[in-house]
Ligand binder design. Structure first.
Ligand code: ADP
Ligand code: UDP
Length: 234
């Protein structure tokens, strides 16, 4: 598989065209951002952790019957994926209150959310990815009723698969963000699943093992990313 032109450079990844028009190569960077992109930094080897953890999770999710964009890991930082038409929506699933739900609704951080809950945000960095609901998603033409239903169903199933996998590594899944795309007429899971896009707490101590350490200047960011990788993937 040959890398061709750079298609897109985002905050955390570069996407390259390939000699196959249906496939892309993702190249994971060490750049980290928080606070709607206003806070920036570099975490050494984060790209390796995020590439490997994403692929580990996507393979398991695929085995559980949910189609994903994963094709093949080709290096520490690079993976071949199916080129999807992105559904411009960030889908967040929450098991435990933290971050914006705690701030917005005054729910104490750490409060268990039963049943787990789900949010849609319109993917628009200039407007800081505003909250939308399924009615907005239909009105804005983001997806058909069937697609929104499939995305909702997949998101909760992915949650169940990830909870089960992470707890074996002594990690609680607090919340996470996923994205979906269209490929050959079907909805597939795309993008990444990593400590950048999930809140992960140590199951015994509730120590934060994710991007919040960077957001809140808690230190040891590199070490906790390595720790998640070591417990889960190695
Ligand atoms: P951002 O765009 O927020 O800066 P990234 O640096 O993670 O984020 O860039 C990756 C971009 O590639 C995202 O916009 C994401 O929606 C998109 N993407 C992820 N997987 C695929 C895929 N399989 N096909 C097409 N686009 C994808
Ligand atoms: N998230 C993400 N990208 C975003 C927004 C959120 O990966 O653009 C993830 C975030 O890391 C967390 C979950 O989605 O795991 C919920 O984030 P929240 O709404 O609490 O936002 P925040 O506290 O980051 O403002």
């Amino acid at each position: 598989m040959q890398k061709r032109s750079l298609r897109y450079e985002g905050k955390a990844k570069r996407m390259f065209e390939t000699d196959d028009p249906d496939l892309l190569i993702i190249d994971y960077k060490d750049d980290i951002t928080a606070c709607d992109g206003k806070k920036k930094g570099i975490i050494k080897d984060k790209g390796i952790v995020n590439n490997r953890m994403t692929n580990y999770m996507l393979r398991i999710i695929e085995q559980n019957g949910i189609p994903t964009h994963y094709v093949q890991e080709i290096s520490d930082r690079e993976t071949v994926v199916k080129k999807a038409e992105i559904v411009p929506m960030e889908v967040i699933v929450r098991n435990i209150a933290a971050g914006s739900i705690a701030r917005r609704l005054g729910i104490p951080e750490g409060y268990e959310l039963l049943p787990p809950t789900l949010e849609f945000h319109f993917k628009d960095d200039r407007r800081n990815n505003p909250w939308i609901n399924e009615h907005y998603a239909l009105t804005l033409g983001i997806g058909t009723p069937e697609e929104i239903k499939t995305i909702t169903d997949y998101a909760f199933r992915i949650n169940e698969v990830m909870i089960g996998e992470l707890i074996k590594a002594g990690i609680k899944l607090v919340d996470f963000k996923v994205e979906f795309g269209r490929y050959e007429g079907e909805i597939i899971l795309v993008d990444e699943i990593s400590p950048d896009t999930c809140r992960l707490w140590d199951a015994q101590t509730n120590e934060k093992l994710d991007r919040d350490r960077f957001r809140y200047d808690m230190g040891n960011v590199e070490a906790v990313y390595e720790e998640v990788y070591r417990r889960l993937v190695l």
